[in-house]
Design a protein around this ligand. Structure first.
Ligand code: OSB
Ligand code: MG
Length: 389
């Protein structure tokens, strides 16, 4: 089971929280079954407590297609609900963030932006790497890549060749109706033995059973979220009729979802995304449940910039994260990242886990300043003033 999260505690008095929206162009568009993304609108969160700082990144997308959150809804929830609940409070530890935010339903990506920042802050105060603070033990993590839908099979092959020679340990391609058998056939002809998987982002229904059964011939590691985002029942029906293991992404919001999905037979593998589950506290619970029950898990990605990527690296060091995740090098998405140096991958297809306190990467302030389009600052003095008035 690995180690439990660090029991060491500090008292965290929340003095101020700053948010900024950064707009970062992607090196190349990223296409899923719900469309193309050309640039990210990312909210960065900074929490201050008695001279210490922690950083978080909100993983919500620009549009409510992956889940119901967007950059703008997350900004609203953070500004009007999350930050006011936290500001001026004194937490026994970062683990108390979750119960404090529990009255706010859903909006897990907004909440995770602050929750993860508090774990970073606490790790820095304790002088330990974030990976160790959350209970992780690995010194390096195994990396895979997620490759979007392309205009042609030839373009897909070019990209896969590049990532395979870079050393990535698992290739995932996005699929949708009309982009399944042809790309997979071409990939398996050229790369019969690579570790290969697909992600449908909910693009199919049980009606597509015949097509989904054909996937068994491609010896895939798994098929990620083939059916509706909110449907664990049909996933259980489907899993009985296909050999390829189903991995759930969109459907799992917390540890109780993970338990129910596993008990119903809706999946055999789980993709854990820090934002989607609301932060480290919940990710740790999922890790514990899945480790106890022999369910492999891996770290998903949301096209994060360096700060979110650093949090993903820390989470991937937990014991249950036994499969390569969607945590890859910064340069695949960003020419200039929000951290320096950017996240890099070894020729072995791994990322070395930072050993310095907190997230273990420095912020690229010059880049962040140029990308910032709006900011919001709230401090406890301001909050007290409003309360007195
Ligand atoms: O379903 O895993 C997904 C990106 C945006 C929205 C959903 C997904 C993805 C990815 C990207 O697959 C993974 C990455 O960040 O490299
Ligand atoms: Mg997915």
């Amino acid at each position: 089971m690995g180690t439990a999260p660090s029991e060491r505690k500090t008292v965290i008095r929340i003095d101020s929280v700053q948010m900024r929206e950064c707009q970062l162009p992607l090196v190349r568009f990223f296409e899923t079954s719900f469309g193309r993304t050309y640039r990210r609108r990312i909210i960065l969160v900074q929490v201050h407590s008695e001279g210490e700082v922690g950083y978080g990144e909100c993983t919500a997308s620009e549009e409510p297609f992956y889940n119901s959150e967007t950059t703008d809804t997350a900004w609203h929830i953070l500004e009007d609900f999350v930050i006011p609940r936290i500001l001026g409070t004194t937490l026994e530890s970062a683990r108390e963030t979750d119960p404090l935010l529990a009255p706010i339903r859903g909006n897990r990506m907004a909440k995770a932006a602050l929750e993860t920042a508090l774990w970073d802050l606490e790790a820095r105060r304790l002088g330990i790497p974030l990976s160790r603070h959350v209970g992780g033990t690995r010194d390096e993590i195994a990396c895979g890549v997620s490759i979007g839908i392309q205009d042609s099979v030839e373009e897909l092959l070019t990209l896969v060749r590049r990532e395979v020679s870079a050393g990535y340990r698992r290739i995932k391609i996005k699929i949708k109706p009309g982009w399944v058998l042809e790309p997979l056939g071409a990939l398996r002809r050229e790369f019969p033995d690579i570790s290969l998987m697909v992600d449908a982002n909910s693009a199919f229904r049980l009606n597509d059973l015949e097509l989904l059964q054909k996937l068994d011939d491609f010896r895939l590691l798994m098929i990620e979220q083939p059916l509706a985002h909110d449907d664990m029942v049909d996933h259980a029906v489907l899993q009985k009729q296909i050999e390829t293991p189903i991995c759930l992404d969109e459907s799992i919001h917390h540890a109780e979802d993970a338990r129910k999905a596993v008990e119903m037979g809706s999946c055999r593998i789980i993709n854990v995304k820090l934002g989607r589950v609301g932060g480290f506290s919940e990710a740790i619970k999922i890790n514990e449940y899945c480790s106890r029950n022999g369910i492999p898990i891996w770290c998903g990605g949301m096209l994060e910039s360096g700060i979110g990527r650093a949090h993903n690296i820390a989470m991937s060091t937990l014991s249950g994260f036994t499969l390569p995740g969607d945590v890859s090098a910064s340069h695949r998405y960003y020419l200039e990242d929000t951290v320096v140096p950017p996240v890099t991958v070894t020729p072995r297809g791994t990322i070395e886990v930072p050993k310095t306190p907190g997230i273990g990467y420095n912020l690229n302030w010059e880049r962040i300043a140029r990308a910032t389009v709006r900011t919001h600052v709230a401090n406890r003095y301001g909050a007290e003033k409003i309360a007195d008035a």
